[in-house]
Write a protein that binds this ligand. Sequence first.
Ligand code: PLP
Length: 400
Amino acid sequence: AGFLAQRMERLTVPATIAMAQRARTLRAKGEKVLSLALGEPDFATPPAVIEAAHRAALEGQTKYPPVDGTPALKAAIARKFARENALDYTPAEIMVSNGGKQVIFNAFMATVQPGDEVVIPRPYWVSYPLIVQMFGGTPVYADCHEADDFRLTAAALEAAITPRTKWLVLNFPNNPTGGTMGQADLEAVAGVLRRHPHVHVLSDEIYEHLLYDGLRHVSLAAVAPDLRHRILTLNGVSKAYAMTGWRVGYVGGPVALIRAMTAIQGSATSGICSIAQAAAAAALDGPADIIAAMCAAYARRREMVVSTLRTIPGLTCAMPHGAFYAYPGIAGCMGRVSAGGHRLRTDEDFAIALLMEQKVAVVHGSAFGQGPYLRLSYATGDDVLKEACTRLARFVEGLH
Ligand code: PLP
């Protein structure tokens, strides 16, 4: 037996990180790489939010915070849930974590043991199965399809549930597909959940504000208030307010579970940076037009990217209704050979050849559990996007 714990064998490096690393290596060699690989807003954090952090630090908010979040931020989160999601979480039902990611980590550490299953719609954000597996749980995938705009259907969910299912993970708007779930979709999911009272739901709504085509986000717990005691509503400031580096996420859910998650967090981190929490409170209480301006830019970029992708022979692309990702299908390119002589057997071959030959970084769909697809993030400048699309089209034209 080696020194490292067995659980480390299950913790592989996500392909998203590996692809970013490849791009960095090329850049270090002086190549001009265009990256559509990152799941991160390119905007700066709003100045008013930064000023709130500055003020908090000067005012002495520099001591250990309460483990589950400062009263001021928890109050702002309660207002946010009430105002934007029609959810009435009390402060005892809310906790703040180091990004939404630590919410997931806390929740699964508190509940998942060997033998437990967690239903994850596929394609998925890689962290869900990685964290489940870390605690010895088994991910069970429910497939979503391009033809359904990558929505989870009641039938796919029903088929994935067993007596060992502990959780269903929902993520809408979705990373990596940009698909989302509307009221009717959520009602269908709730109908299945009512037949399986042992299943809890982690509803990851961190992209809620990034929605297009006039769609309005509805929370699962608001659609099915009778299931509220089985739902964790996850959110955070990373995506909506361009605050990925501040590391503030939060969750609303049943008190007993929140208490268990708080106990874990107390041992792990003693709570979240007090200054970042002050900034997050200012963001949540700030004017809504901050988000609207960023959203308008994403919407414009989405049009540009998707309409270009759809003109490229061999590519298909469902219209992503939310988040900042497009998820084009590249089945028409498989088996062909690139201008640079790379045979494209898989979507990973495609992504690597595209990076080598055209210096465009994307992530292959099989990294998210479903290929042959690519995930393109359009959270980047219009000029970069335009040029990247041109190079992608050139790459596909060069296939033989
Ligand atoms: N959920 C989804 C679907 C994400 O894509 C991300 C970030 O990439 C997160 C949660 C977590 O974000 P953070 O930890 O920055 O709050």
